[in-house]
Ligand binder design. Structure first.
Ligand code: ADE
Length: 423
């Protein structure tokens, strides 16, 4: 029997039972995290550690929070995007698992930031970010917390970009492990996770037939590669736009059509931004799109489509189905914006499947353990996930799939590490 209510701000605690079912279902797809959780439960490597986490509040994130809790940490959680919270999961975290959670799907800007501040009231030793919002607030408004903070982690490309900018200006004040950059994170989560969940979100929102559609993908990083390949797999005619010549060439040699957005804008049926940048779809592009074009973003922030320009160009705006907003333009065309331009895979679907978040969050859990043990030796800079952790996650994932691989013989080891054996 609980004597004290767990603090939190969630939509409806009555959703807790449904949240528990979904969290348990997700756990079935996260065997690597489960192995770590079992070890953490036995060894308690995080005893006494306070963690504030600003992540998408999903059933997968709940399993990460439970892993950290079972390792001995006290975890407080808030959302890293106003539209990504699964309200039943948030309810379960507060009501059944006693993890303070501040997160409501559809929160306005003020509530979103209030929740970040609430998670920071926990006075963390370690911050976990997906997009660097906690780091940003600590560095601007809550420098008083710095005394306690040992380090942090960052989950996503956009967050890493922000942190690198902070470090470049010599303003980053504590060490951050960039989980995003681990091979077992971005090669799988960004590529296969974003690839699948982005198409899932757009499909759920629109019921679109991908086969035969002209799909324009802005950005050919790991996320763009994933989305492009999955769209092609469903029979779409895929056009890629890029600003980086090497990536553009890669897209060409992967068999995609590459052109500037000003050209692509005229022919696309569906536009998907995954650049991590600003206004990849700008006013000039919106002005020449076909009537009925669909616009979706799967990058971290809702700035990749110039929505203020879209609003200005419009006569009227109405919701035509969940996650689909119709903009009727003054020239008579209609454009459809999905999920308010927020990351469509979480706004209109459930985010990446558990099986891929398994690796991302295994890296997170092990990075937290590493930070707890080693933070004193780390400078206030951006640090890679140690290679041993990255490879261990890969090994465990393969083992969970019952897939064996070869090992080098002594003779092969010698060959590969020598310089003097030639023809
Ligand atoms: N980012 C993308 N998909 C996610 C998920 N399912 N859980 C947490 N963060 C995510």
């Amino acid at each position: 029997m609980r004597t004290k209510r767990t603090p939190g701000d969630v939509k409806d605690l009555q959703l807790a039972d449904q949240g528990v079912s979904r969290i348990e279902w997700a756990a079935r797809g996260m065997p690597v995290l489960e192995i770590i959780r079992k070890r953490f439960t036995k060894e308690r490597p995080l005893d006494g550690l306070r963690i504030s986490a600003c992540l998408h509040v999903t059933s997968e994130t709940a399993n990460l929070a439970l892993t950290l809790r079972d390792g001995g940490a006290q975890v407080a959680l808030c959302a890293s995007n106003p539209l990504s919270t699964q309200d039943d999961v948030a309810a379960a975290l507060v009501e059944r698992y006693e993890i303070p959670t501040y997160s409501i799907r559809g929160a306005d800007n003020e509530t979103y930031y209030k929740h970040i501040h609430s998670a920071l009231e926990h006075s963390p030793h370690i911050t976990l970010d997906d997009g660097a919002d906690l780091v940003a607030i600590v560095h601007t408004e809550r420098q008083d917390l710095l005394n306690n903070i040992k380090g942090g982690t960052e989950e996503t490309t956009t967050g890493v970009t922000r942190l690198r900018a902070l470090a470049r200006d010599s303003k980053l004040l504590y060490p951050i492990i960039v989980v995003n950059d681990a091979d077992t994170k971005h090669l799988f989560d960004n590529r296969y996770g974003t690839g699948q969940s982005t198409l899932d979100g757009i499909t759920r929102a629109t019921n679109l037939l991908w086969a035969g559609s002209k799909v324009v993908i802005a950005g050919y990083g790991w996320c763009g590669r994933g989305v492009a390949n999955r769209a092609r797999g469903l029979g779409s005619h895929v056009i890629v736009t890029e600003i980086d010549p090497i990536r553009a060439l890669e897209a060409v040699m992967d068999g995609f059509q590459v052109m500037p957005m000003l050209e692509a804008a005229k022919t696309g049926d569906v536009f998907i931004t995954v650049t991590g940048g600003l206004n990849a779809i700008d006013k000039a592009h919106l002005e020449i799109m076909k009537d009925g074009a669909i616009l979706a973003n799967s990058g971290h922030f809702n700035v990749e489509i110039n929505i203020p320009a879209l609003i200005k160009m419009s006569k009227t705006q109405r919701t035509v189905r969940g996650s689909v907003e119709e903009f009727s333009l003054k020239d008579g065309r209609r454009l459809f914006l999905l999920g308010e331009g927020r990351l469509i895979n979480l706004a209109a679907a459930e985010g990446h499947p558990s099986a891929v978040m398994d690796m991302s969050f295994a890296n997170q859990a092990l990075a937290v353990e590493f930070l707890n043990q080693q933070s004193e030796g780390l400078t206030p800079n951006v640090h890679q996930v140690p290679q041993e952790i990255d490879r261990e996650v890969g090994r465990l994932k393969l083992a969970s799939l019952s897939i064996g691989i070869d090992t080098l013989t002594i003779e092969q080891e010698k060959y590969i590490s020598s310089w003097d054996i030639g023809t």
